[in-house]
Ligand binder design. Structure first.
Ligand code: 26Q
Length: 824
């Protein structure tokens, strides 16, 4: 079996080497003699791009011609990572490219490594969008992604003296994967006022006037499917000053500078991705981004629909729009506005079309992440939309009033408008009311939203509006691309690479759990992946880690609810325990490398303090010769998608330890298990379903259950006494004794547990966390059993493919069919 399955299908004369050389010599105007790795990257990218473009054009033609229902996935984030490796695997010529590059004196891995990540997202939500695009293309669904073309993606993280610093991520220079469509533009309005007028037929109509105009320009990115010719489109909007009248007037009036300033203000809209993850902060520019992108996308969707000359009532048969969280909720209002104000439909007819077209995915129950926008802000920026929101609310509350007469409390709870000062628009309520389906992203999460934050809506609409679609990951990137040797070994056992498009086939691996040779190879691949990570750690941090130690990894956004603080407190406890041991006792210790990575939102002080503590602990522990290889602590700078591709396959154990009920799903848990790592985790998010699939003997679960969290929190605040865990108290003593530098730097962390009610239950869960880690050590000593767990878990991960996820969305929410693709 070749390393990358599909290359055998292509004839030898299609080897990309000569195309690559042609691009280097002509497109890039470089001689092969001064071709560096970067030029080799560009040449290779251009060669593969050529092939994508052909299939992309054909796919778009086919979809237009076929004229069936399309899916539009609206997301403010697409965390795509690198594109070249993905393109090579999908086109199927990676082996040929490797040979071609080798001839020219390059290692393909180094060439791939030249590419800058496309990091237009914060974390889970953005990466999910990217995995879903991959699956929609692979399964031949006619689907478009719509997003914003940020000039700056998520910041680059640098650690200086243990502190996080943010560096802008300017990623657009010579990006071969985007295609500007300067001819596809939409004028977007802001501010202005609403004028009522009487139409010729006597009807009272509304128009939005004297608005400022900003132009949206489309940039398209091809999304190739795996093992298919389907290449879908991701359309990203960029903002530009409108070339219209008003700056020209200023210019003529001699006000050149202010005309330029206007231009820059317009371009600011798509300038930067907001770096908050699971936190909303009501900034006007963020609202402008949301409307700008929703309005441009909707205009595009409506324009495409109108070409078909169908009746408006058929719109929901042609269009399914999925809202990735509440960020695109204004699209609901915008479609209603288009239908009633410009197309002249009656309110009810229009609203019926709107609700049938939209679906809303919720990704959080954290109250601080639920979007709200102030009414005065909306009034000023989008006056007509605010009117429509008020009307939607009025009609909705009338229905509620009829169903629940005299229940004023209910009305105020479910109203779109929160009666605060200032009044706020609750975007989640608007999204629920304007959609025909609302889904959570894992079973526990979907149950929680039905019984807590959206309980009233279940009573009002009945349970059918709410559903669950458990998240997944694309096996192409997270198994085949990130862990090519494991993928090849699996292919060898299963007799081919079909599992990459039907992940449930992995279950056939269980038959080989006891196969000696197979187990040895499995273990060898994990070792090689660990060795590669160890080398990277040495290069980037200077610390040497023992590649045979247990690699214990927690990489994800830094957030109190994800509890990296629990992890680092556990590490300190381990350090103190080792320090207190005799030489004899130390012989029994399983050597560990605790690896952390992740970004903190720049304004999230507590999260930054956690990063600081990890780095200080790292410095102290790693320089303690007395502890040596028994414990190392590593913080990997600037965690991103391409680093995840290296880190996930190198873990023995990964940590998914959020306070129960807070992590909607988590998806990195799936990436680690699919690469043969085991998990320590709480009964939260998708951990629960992972456990159900792989078996509870193959996962290390600990901690409070979601149903018990509320009572414990209450007790912390109102109970008679609050005693923190005794082992945790010793950890705090060490911190307070300045073991890791000035204790004052970390007082917020200890105080949050000791004095501020320990909202995230760090103390409650500490004992079971530490005990469970001891069980991990014991299990790791038995390498054969550990291996069996690893293989069995991978074999049972079939459920967590985004292919299954997309089929569920298609059947239960979108009602769309794949488009059959011939072998043209
Ligand atoms: C909102 C308003 C203003 C500025 C920023 C935001 C904002 C940005 C990003 C709010 C939330 C996010 C991201 C949320 C997120 O990543 N949620 C994660 O989604 C994953 C995919 O479903 C889940 O697996 C994770 O559990 C969930 O935390």
């Amino acid at each position: 079996v070749p390393m990358f399955g599909r290359s055998v299908e292509f004839p030898a004369d299609s080897l990309p080497q000569k195309e690559l050389v042609r691009h280097i010599e002509t497109t890039l105007a470089r001689s092969l003699y001064n071709c560096d790795e970067n030029a080799a990257y560009s040449g290779t990218a251009l060669a593969f791009r050529d092939r994508l473009i052909i299939e992309w054009n054909k796919t778009q033609q086919r979809q237009t011609f076929n004229d069936q229902k399309r899916v539009y996935y609206l997301s403010l984030e697409f965390l795509m990572g690198r594109a070249l490796d993905n393109a090579m695997l999908n086109v199927g010529l990676k082996d040929a490219a490797r040979d071609g590059l080798k001839d020219l004196g390059f290692r393909i891995e180094d060439v791939i490594g030249q590419e800058h990540d496309a990091a237009l997202g914060n974390g889970g939500l953005g990466r999910l969008a990217a995995c879903l695009l991959d699956s929609m293309a692979t399964l031949n669904y006619p689907a478009w992604g719509y997003g914003l073309r940020y000039r700056y993606g998520i910041f680059k993280q640098e650690i200086v003296n243990g502190y996080q610093m943010e560096v802008p991520d300017y990623w657009l220079d010579n990006n071969p994967w985007e295609f500007p469509r300067h001819e596809i533009t939409v004028d977007i309005q802001f501010y202005g006022c609403v004028r009522k007028y009487q139409a010729e037929n006597g009807k009272i109509m509304h128009s939005w006037e004297d608005a400022e105009i900003v132009q949206a320009v489309a940039y398209d990115v091809p999304i190739p499917g795996y093992g298919t010719k389907t290449t879908n489109n991701l359309r990203l909007w960029s903002s530009k000053a409108s070339s219209g009248e008003f700056d020209f007037q200023k210019f003529n009036a001699g006000d050149y500078e202010s005309a330029v300033a206007d231009e820059q203000r317009a371009e600011t809209i798509s300038a930067v991705l907001y770096p908050n993850d699971n936190l909303e902060r009501g900034k006007e520019l963020r609202l402008k981004q949301q409307y700008f992108w929703c309005a441009a996308s909707l205009y595009d969707i409506v324009r495409r629909f109108k070409k078909s000359k169908r009746a408006w009532s058929e719109f929901p048969d042609q269009v399914a729009i999925q809202l990735n969280d509440t960020h695109p909720t204004l699209a609901i209002v915008e479609l209603q506005r288009i239908l009633i104000d410009t197309e002249g439909l009656e309110w009810d007819e229009a609203w019926n079309i709107v609700t049938k077209s939209f679906g809303y995915t919720n990704h959080t129950v954290l109250p601080e992440a639920l979007e709200k926008w102030s009414v005065p802000l909306l009034q000023n920026l989008l006056p007509r939309h605010l009117q429509i929101i008020y009307d939607v609310n009025l009609y909705f509350l009338q229905i509620v009033e009829k169903r629940f007469p005299n229940d004023r409390e209910m009305l105020s709870r479910v109203s779109i408008i929160e009666e605060s000062h200032p009044k706020m628009v609750r975007m989640a309520h608007l999204a629920i009311i304007g959609s025909h389906k609302v889904n959570g992203v894992a079973e526990l999460h979907s149950d929680l939203i039905k019984t807590t934050i959206f309980k009233d809506f279940v009573e009002i609409y009945g349970p059918d509006r709410f559903t669950n679609v458990t998240n997944g990951i694309t096996p192409r990137r997270w198994l085949h691309q990130a862990n090519p040797r494991l993928s090849a070994l699996i292919a060898e056992k299963l007799g081919g690479y079909e599992f990459l498009t039907d992940l449930t086939l992995l279950d056939k691996l269980e038959a080989f759990v006891d196969d000696k040779k197979f187990r040895t190879e499995w273990a060898e691949i994990k070792s090689a992946n660990k060795l590669r990570l160890a080398r990277y750690i040495k290069e980037t941090t200077g610390f040497s880690v023992n590649p045979d130690a247990l690699f214990d990894v927690q990489v994800k956004r830094i957030h109190e609810y994800k509890r990296q603080q629990l992890n680092i407190f556990g590490v300190i406890h381990r350090y103190l325990t080792i320090k207190a041991m005799s030489a004899e006792e130390r012989k029994k210790v399983v050597p560990r490398v605790s690896i952390f990575g992740g970004k903190a939102a720049p304004g999230y002080w507590m999260a930054k303090t956690v990063i600081h503590l990890i780095n200080k602990v790292s410095f102290v522990v790693n320089n303690d010769a007395d502890v040596g290889d028994l414990l190392k602590v590593i913080f990997i700078e600037d965690y991103n998608v391409s680093k995840a591709e290296m880190i996930c396959p190198a873990s023995d154990l990964s940590e998914h330890i959020s306070t129960a009920g807070t992590e909607a799903s988590g998806t990195s848990n799936m990436k680690f298990v699919l690469s043969g790592g085991l998990i320590i985790g709480t009964c939260d998010g998708a951990n629960i379903e992972i456990t159900r699939e792989i078996g509870e003997q193959n996962i290390f679960l600990f901690g409070t259950l979601a149903e018990d969290v509320e009572e414990l929190r209450h007790r912390h605040v109102y109970g008679q006494t609050f005693q923190i865990d005794s082992q945790l108290a010793k950890v705090f003593e060490a911190i307070k004794g300045n073991m890791f530098g000035d204790a004052g730097d970390f007082s917020a962390l200890t105080a949050s547990v000791e004095q501020h009610g320990d909202f995230y239950l760090v103390s409650d869960d500490f004992n079971s966390y530490v005990t469970t880690h001891e069980m991990v050590d014991e299990a790791f000593k038995n390498r054969e059993e550990w291996l069996a767990k690893s293989i069995t878990s991978v074999a049972r991960m079939g459920f967590f493919s985004t292919d299954r996820v997309i089929n569920e969305y298609a059947d239960s929410i979108w009602n769309v069919e794949p488009l059959e693709v011939g072998k043209d």
